[in-house]
Design a protein around this ligand. Structure first.
Ligand SMILES: *Cc1c(COP(=O)(O)O)cnc(C)c1O
Length: 388
């Protein structure tokens, strides 16, 4: 028998705020409740057929069965470069593009390349938890930038204390945003570039929801901003755009020095993405794009059902211009966890308490549009029936 002692980096992890909710969800299912799960941000729609066919054909080719190149196949990275030229009007050289085993992998590894113990990383809150945790794993100190309604859920860069700025080396931002569904203006990105230059801070922009936008809205890439390429990089993936969360393929692009550092960490940790998946990734980016219009139409319908239902109930929410999340205020008398518990116990609906993404998310609840429109309508009807 040996004693198993976890490393300090695991012991310092914040408590898992969804544990209680996970337990209640399992209990409800065990009781036979027909649970409507609006908790997870994972598309319910299948990957488009042309992409699957491309993988199936490539998987049969022995030349793709060997170790992939660390930084990604040139063909795939060139396709990413063409996508950026078309989508954002920016030119990228191959050394400015690294493929990732999903963008989460790159977001989790980037602090290892640049953050020493004691360095500060500016992270939004509420946020995707990876930014702060990856910072801590590298020995860095996350400094939370609250995302507040009065600022349109954008961080207030001028509110960051000078002593924090002096030690800050990196900043994460994410627009269109998970969990608030907020979008960034080009002006905000201009202020981020100016801030980065003034304080010598690397910018890591998470652009996971770039194509999941509605009503004709086209989210700007951070790299479109003049000077952005000199201060930062952008993370992206095929996960949300093409319903490929299980495939694990993404990339980071931008400043060659930052991309090079990330690539160096990766070449010492992993061995890249199965090349047949990269071939299918090229098909995703350059094949028929009708799937995007279909995806947007489906989420638009679902969004409208849920948003109008919540508003009829008197719940305050913006109709999201992008992402498949609806971020709404818990009704008076309830905090995030209290309202999420009520929804689960009385209506069999799983929603995510906003404070689980960080303390400034308290008072909010997030619902993901990852079930059919009819199920969302049923969710609304069930909430009406409990009459909180
Ligand atoms: C879903 C999501 C990602 C994408 O993760 P992959 O690893 O590419 O599947 C990245 N950032 C945010 C904020 C997300 O919600």
């Amino acid at each position: 028998m040996i004693t198993i002692e976890k490393a300090g980096r695991l012991k310092q992890l914040p408590p898992y705020l969804f544990a209680e909710l996970d337990r209640k969800k399992a209990e409800a299912r065990a009781r036979g409740v027909d649970v409507i799960d609006l908790g997870v941000g994972d598309p319910d729609l299948p990957t488009p057929k042309n992409i699957i066919d491309s993988l199936a054909a490539a998987a049969r080719e022995p030349r793709y069965h060997r170790y992939p190149s660390y930084t990604g196949m040139n063909d795939f990275r060139e396709a990413v470069g063409r996508w950026y030229r078309k989508r954002a009007g920016v030119e990228l050289e191959l050394k400015q593009i690294v493929s990732l085993i999903g963008s989460k992998e790159g977001l989790a590894h980037i602090p290892l390349a640049f953050i020493d113990p004691g360095d500060v990383v500016l992270v939004p809150s509420p946020a995707y938890p990876v930014y702060a945790i990856a910072t801590m794993f590298a020995g860095g100190i996350p400094h939370e930038m609250p995302l507040l309604k009065e600022n349109g859920f954008l961080p207030d860069l001028e509110a960051i204390p000078a002593d924090v700025l002096a030690r800050a080396k990196m900043m994460f931002i994410n627009y269109p945003n998970n969990p608030t569904a907020a979008t960034a203006t080009r002006d905000f990105f201009v202020s981020v570039v100016d801030f980065a230059e003034r304080h010598n801070i690397m910018i890591c922009h998470d652009f996971a929801y770039s194509e999941m936008a509605f009503d004709g809205y086209v989210p700007p890439s951070f790299l479109e901003t003049p000077g952005a390429m000199d201060v930062g990089i952008e993370f992206h993936s095929l996960s949300k755009t093409y319903n490929m969360t299980g495939w694990r393929i993404g990339w980071a692009v931008g400043h060659a020095g930052i991309i090079g550092g990330l690539g160096q960490i990766k070449s010492n940790i992993d061995s890249g993405i199965f090349e047949a998946i990269q071939v299918a990734g090229i098909e995703a980016l350059e094949g028929d794009q009708q799937c995007l219009a279909d995806m947007r139409a489906i989420y638009t319908e679902r969004r409208d059902v849920l948003v109008s239902g919540l508003r009829q109930l008197g719940l305050k929410t913006e109709s999201p211009k992008a992402t498949f999340y609806v971020w709404f205020e818990a009704p008076p008398g309830y905090d995030s966890a209290g309202f999420a518990s009520l929804l689960l116990e009385k209506a069999g609906i799983v929603a995510t308490p906003g404070n689980g993404f960080g303390a400034p998310g308290e008072g909010y609840v997030r619902m993901a549009l990852t079930v059919a429109r009819e199920r969302l309508q049923e969710a609304v009807d069930r909430i009406v029936a409990i009459g909180f």
